[in-house]
Design a binder for this molecule. Sequence first.
Ligand SMILES: [Zn+2]
Length: 393
Amino acid sequence: MSKLVPPHGSDTLRPLLLPEVERADEAARAGSLKCVSMSSRELSDLLILGMGAYTPLDGFMGHDDWRGACEDMRLASGVFWPIPITLSCTPDLADSIAVGETVALASGETGERLGTLRVREKYRIDPKLECERVYGTTDEAHPGVQKVLAQPPVNLAGRVSVFSESNWPAAFPSLYLHPAQSRAMFQERGWSRVAAFQTRNPMHRSHEYLAKIAIEVTDGVFIHQVLGRLKPGDIPASVRTRAIQAMIVNYFVPGTVIQAGYPIEMRYAGPREALLHALIRQNFGCSHLIVGRDHAGVGNYYGPHDAQHIFNELWDGALLTRPLKMDNTFFCRRCDGMATGRTCPHGKEHHVAISGTRQREMLSGGESIPPEFSRPEVVAILEEFYAGQATSA
Ligand SMILES: [Zn+2]
């Protein structure tokens, strides 16, 4: 009997990736079906449905689930759900598709077909309502809002079957874990309380400190990278993974950390997205999610602690995975150690803080990063990467 937190809203995980023996047949069938092109966000959601991290969903949401998720953070069944998971489609294509028909789902960028959808429902949404409720704004400058407003106006709902994860497992061989796999790893180690730490950056002292605070109160930390599309200036996943591994090997007790990643596309919905990230982690078997300042935020749309406070607004049993609420962390020269806003009484002038932009400048300009900010083993890997970029440019 597993001591791990159970999957969300279900006794068992519900992966929608077909068993290996059925994939070739479904792929062949999909070749002759009408085809819906997915945005990169929709494709990311399909992969997450496939691996079972959106348990208990069986596909893209219908109208009632969409509205419930937006307005009350509940599916029509009553199960907690903070952000709609939907598939959009142009009106012309939607008109040509009958309810009950099965369509193929393809990457809008490459055309590669990855799954099928048996259409249960076609409906239109009020995108402004989704933006207001989920993102707290209808400002088109918000990157998540922009995508909702830009999507075609009809949604297709229904059960999906995934027959390919494309090149994801091969591109991230040691990182791309399904929830069933992470759960098996936790059980093997005898863990029951596991804290997830989400990152899309190499980890510096401040991140290391957060992970270590979590280890003090749980059995282990699941360092869970955001895999996928990079923004300009981002460090490639392979370099990031090596840098994180250097930190783990040199500064953590063996057996207290597992590094992995998942194919989510960030919506930057701040508080609502923190809830979705926690829900996903429940499916991965994590009892806790580290929620720092402005988790999943962007610009100044959300207050620094909004993503922490929203967990207090949920009803009992909505979500079993709990937040580990953390303040900003830094090295303080007066404290002579790592500290947070809750533990250090000194002014900012005593703190070692380097912005992401400044860090990139320092690394590519050959300036040395102080060991109070980042471990030398981590810095060496980043320096090597930036040096390579300079010679290839
Ligand atoms: Zn201090």
